[in-house]
Design a protein around this ligand. Structure first.
Ligand code: NAD
Length: 498
């Protein structure tokens, strides 16, 4: 082993200094172009692994493997068999979760305390869909035809799914899609985000150990414009399940036209978080701060437009700013870290760019708006949690998704006004309200045009509750029984028994 290989294997046992290849048909394979890219720790800049860069040819190879598995061994798996292997994968995830959470922290920077705390919910999601594998059914339908015609519907898997994911939660990005894909009997080619591909590769390896046949779950690492574009335009892919920006979502809509493939789009957000003066401020202050700062603000449903009733506006700004200043920013491997680095140099430039945009637009900085580069943090992409006050609805920092730990605070006076202003965003992913008044809570929940509304909490998720967008936050739902439907075709059968 070279010195570099030894260093990498000390950081993480699975990162043994070897090239991380493509995972196709249950095997580690070289890419067709011989090109690789680096995966580096955003907290330190350290090299974690060289990763094979998949090309259109590699995508084609993976799609062919997925099609062969779909028509072949996987089609022989009855619902109960699919449930069994999914449950075995849950057990393996459980056994290897510490290792996986460290891999996620190393690859995208998220605090280890956060990745560890999500164990139950992530594996719980997979267990939920394992259970659903034996709960799929069609319906017997009464009809009004003359004679005796028996009619029923059955649900069938859509086929080969291309899953293209973002980097902000590498473990959940796989699991949330994989659960329903496998429960319904589909097969998949995953194209994880180039910023953080390692967890997808490791989970694919575990899937074969769980007894999922080779070819059912393939992973082709690579870039969006090449591997991602090839997957989304592939004529033998039946559906694309996508998580990422609305700009890429628009590309995918165009690319899907070639074979009219199905699409589900989990896109960006600029969620309105509304605080009334009657809210329990002890709950609303930390809740609103973490709605925006959690995972360094790299959360699609982050509450980044914070509307505060004017009566409590100034004190609320002060308290959220103080809360942000009190958060420990650092390397995600430190269990005390609450805010890790941004994922990449590009993301750092984007977020610090908005620090300047906000100030140039006339907003005032209540806290943060700085890059942190002292001492141990000098090699990473760290910024301080940022609160902008005196923000106007039309400012870019109030309309554009920043995807960093930045919250824009806007005062309001009246409930109808705040609902109307909350709905001015092009996005409609999340929304929330903090109040002790039930009538206000219901009016906000009904009034906001968004896929989720949280009352006196933020970003809680459960396997049984659907999650997804309105407007430019996309369409389709993840979680819940609704997500299964995204991977099922409905067949109508007419049987003349006259
Ligand atoms: P992105 O759209 O740039 O990339 C996401 C994925 O798409 C990556 O795997 C990338 O390689 C791929 N891709 C890029 N261009 C492509 C193309 N032309 N064809 C096919 N694939 C392509 O998004 P990002 O900036 O990496 O991720 C952040 C975005 O994701 C934010 O907007 C965030 O809100 C969103 N997001 C949404 C959810 C949700 O559930 N709604 C969850 C997480 C992240």
């Amino acid at each position: 082993m070279s010195a570099a290989e030894q260093m990498i294997s000390r950081v993480h046992p699975w990162l043994d200094g070897k090239l991380k290849k493509l995972f196709i048909n249950g095997e580690w394979v070289e890419g067709s172009t011989g090109r690789t890219f680096e995966s580096r720790n955003p907290a330190t800049g350290e090299l974690l692994a060289d990763v094979v860069e998949g090309s259109a040819e590699d995508i084609d190879r993976a799609v062919r493997a997925a099609r062969a598995a779909f028509n072949g061994p996987w089609s022989k798996f009855k619902p109960y068999d699919r449930q069994e292997v999914l449950l075995r994968l849950c057990d393996l995830m459980d056994k290897h979760y510490d290792e996986l959470s460290l891999l996620e922290t190393l690859d995208m920077g998220g605090p280890i305390s956060r990745t560890r705390s999500r164990k139950t919910s992530i594996i719980g999601m997979l267990r939920y869909y394992a259970g659903m594998a034996t709960a799929l059914h069609g319906e017997v339908v009464e009809n009004s035809q003359p004679g005796h015609i028996f009619t029923y519907t059955s649900k069938e898997p859509v086929g080969v799914v291309g899953a293209i994911t973002a980097w902000n939660g590498p473990i959940n990005a796989v699991i949330w899609k994989l659960g329903p894909i496998l429960a319904t009997g589909c097969t998949a080619v995953f194209k994880p985000a180039e910023q953080a591909p390692l967890c997808a590769l490791r989970i694919a390896e575990l899937s074969v150990e769980a007894g999922i046949p080779p070819g059912v779950f393939n992973v082709v690492s690579g870039f969006g414009e090449t591997a991602g574009a090839a997957l989304s335009a592939h004529q033998d892919v039946d559906k694309i399940a996508f998580t990422g920006s609305h700009i890429t979502g628009q590309h995918l809509i165009r690319a899907s036209a070639g074979n009219i493939k199905r699409l589900s789009l989990e896109l960006g957000g600029k969620s309105a978080n509304i605080v009334f003066a009657d809210a329990d401020l002890d709950l609303a202050v930390p809740g609103s701060a973490m709605a925006a700062f959690s995972n360094t603000g790299q959360v699609c449903g982050a509450g980044t437009r914070l509307f505060v009733e004017r009566k409590v506006h100034d004190q609320f700004v002060e308290k959220v700013a103080a809360y942000g200043k009190g958060l420990k920013v650092g390397n995600g491997q430190d269990p005390k870290t609450q805010i890790g680095p941004l994922v990449s140099q590009q993301q750092l430039e984007r977020v610090t760019g908005y620090f300047a945009i906000g100030q140039n637009e006339g907003a005032s900085v209540a806290s943060g708006a700085e890059r942190i580069s002292e001492g141990d943090l000098s090699k990473g992409y760290f910024v301080s949690p940022t609160v902008f006050a005196n923000v106007k609805d039309e400012m870019r920092i109030a309309q554009e998704e920043i995807f960093g730990p930045v919250v824009s605070v806007l005062p309001f006076d009246d409930i109808d006004e705040v609902i109307a202003r909350g709905n001015t965003s092009q996005y409609g992913l999340g929304g929330g309200v903090w109040t002790q008044n039930l009538k206000k809570a219901h009016r906000i929940a009904k009034g906001l045009r968004s896929g989720s509304v949280w009352v006196n909490c933020w970003m809680t998720r459960d396997p049984a509750m659907p999650f997804g967008g309105y407007k430019m936050s996309g369409y389709g739902r993840e979680s819940g029984i609704q997500h299964l439907e995204e991977f099922l075709n409905v067949k109508s059968v007419w049987m003349n028994v006259t």
